[in-house]
Design a protein around this ligand. Sequence first.
Ligand SMILES: [Zn+2]
Length: 110
Amino acid sequence: MDDATARKQLEKMLADLDRSIGVLQGDPVAIREHSAADAGSDLTDADRAQAMLTVATAQRRAVIEALKRVDEGTYGRCVDCGKPVPEGRLEARPEAARCVECQGRQERRR
Ligand SMILES: [Zn+2]
């Protein structure tokens, strides 16, 4: 995947994530009203929104990092070992920072 395509995809992802984060964070009126009406028993909706927000925020960070790598000309290379990240992986996850091996290592460490 060339840098221009990668950038376009990443920018689109970023816009989508910003929108999701905005909805989750800025205007969860339905969630808030619901919770206020029935405080205590309705934590699940708020919890779910919070969990989605956490995921979206982490992904947004990954996308921004990836855009930075496009700027630096290192996009498509694993941030750990420097080997090229397979094309198929980048197509599935344009924000991927690591090759499959290093990502596996990273996840096992958690
Ligand atoms: Zn690697």
